[in-house]
Design a protein around this ligand. Structure first.
Ligand code: C2O
Length: 356
């Protein structure tokens, strides 16, 4: 049977497995506000234009302003609003730190986890989908698309300055980032919590090879790119297991760790599941992770397609949409960007031709 997230009534527990790390700088109680209604299966809106997601390093000042404004408005929403920034951040914690069980698929004793398996890409796609729509509504711009952190392109291999400038008065800022990794540091896409001290040019070259490996050489079929099978009744597969997808295990996790603040108890914000959503950079990082899915399919080849297993297609999650309605969404419905109505603005992909 497919993994099926429980309903928000009552479905979530603010205790248990979630505190398997040290007392952190963020709250470990991550259940969403309770809903009075049961979720319904999500239906795509029939109106609305396509949103364009742009690389943040080359975005116009107007676009950046819009993004900042939207995040600021989201931060200003009250704590009982499921669309508030805090509650959006908690979505990640709830789905990754043991707040949900597999009770809706008949295994109340098993935890539900959306990492280390083939749930990784579709879960985060849906998560960003609603996050983006909420932001657009807050600034009354239904064409607003999330920016993406273009870390696979040499021009985007730093923490984008717009996240830091102005400090605390900047809605995109968090004080929990590694200060040694701010601009002009070049990101290490293979970061293992140890500085490698390469020259910027070497690091860029190494990063391109890493991207080539994780997108092309080591990712020629669904299992190697998406990750292994994970169905109801089984345990989440933990890090180190070969069945974690190439991007998830590789550059995606390296970036989380690289940005997290080593002075905090759990490498908050970005370096830990429970706190990652508190850094606005999370959503921009994941927009690029999501873009990798699209680029990977575009590389062609027999095997570069989504899993065809029913257990993947029918796996489902529950989110609040931009109208504060709980909705259930399925993996099979997030495969076509035409349905989701967003697109990625094209950016250079020099890793396609770099040595692996
Ligand atoms: Cu849910 Cu980048 O992690």
């Amino acid at each position: 049977n497919p993994i099926k997230a429980p309903s928000f009534v009552p479905g979530c527990a603010n205790s248990g497995w979630n505190l398997d790390f040290k007392q952190g700088v963020r709250s470990g109680a991550c259940c969403p506000p309770l809903s009075k209604q049961l979720e319904i299966d999500y239906k795509f809106p029939t109106t609305g234009e396509t949103r364009i997601r742009q690389p943040i390093h080359s975005a116009s000042p107007e676009y950046i302003e819009k993004f900042k404004k939207a995040i600021q408005k989201m931060r200003a929403l009250p704590d009982d609003d499921p669309c508030s920034f805090k509650n959006q951040a908690k979505v990640h914690c709830a789905y990754c730190n043991g707040h949900y069980t597999q009770m809706a698929s008949g295994y109340p004793e098993k935890v539900l986890h959306v990492h280390y398996s083939w749930l990784f890409f579709p879960f985060h796609r849906w998560y960003l989908y609603f996050f983006e729509r909420i932001l657009g509504d807050l600034i009354e711009d239904k064409t607003f698309g999330l920016p993406y952190w273009n870390w696979d392109n040499p021009a985007g291999m730093e923490i984008p300055t717009v996240f830091e400038e102005g400090g605390k008065s900047n809605p995109l800022f968090t004080s929990y980032r590694n200060v040694n990794h701010l601009r002009p540091a070049i990101i290490d896409l293979d970061y293992q919590m140890e500085e490698r001290n390469h020259s910027p040019l070497d690091q860029i070259r190494i990063n391109l090879c890493i991207m080539n490996r994780q997108m092309k050489r080591n990712a020629s079929d669904a299992a190697s790119f998406f990750g292994g099978k994970y169905v109801a009744g089984s345990n989440p597969i933990f890090r180190g297991d070969p069945s974690v997808g190439s991007i998830e295990a590789g550059c995606h996790t390296a970036i989380h760790r690289w940005v997290g603040d080593p002075r905090t108890p759990n490498n908050e914000d970005l370096g830990n599941f429970y706190s990652a959503g508190y850094d606005p950079l999370f959503y921009v990082h994941h927009a690029n992770v999501d873009r990798m899915w699209t680029l990977w399919k575009g590389l062609g080849g027999e095997g570069r397609k989504e899993p065809t297993d029913k257990n993947w297609e029918d796996a489902s999650y529950v989110f609040y949409d931009e109208n504060r309605k709980p909705v259930r969404v399925y993996n099979k419905d997030c495969v076509n960007l035409e349905d989701l109505k967003y697109e990625y603005e094209v950016s250079e992909t020099p890793w396609k031709s770099s040595p692996p």
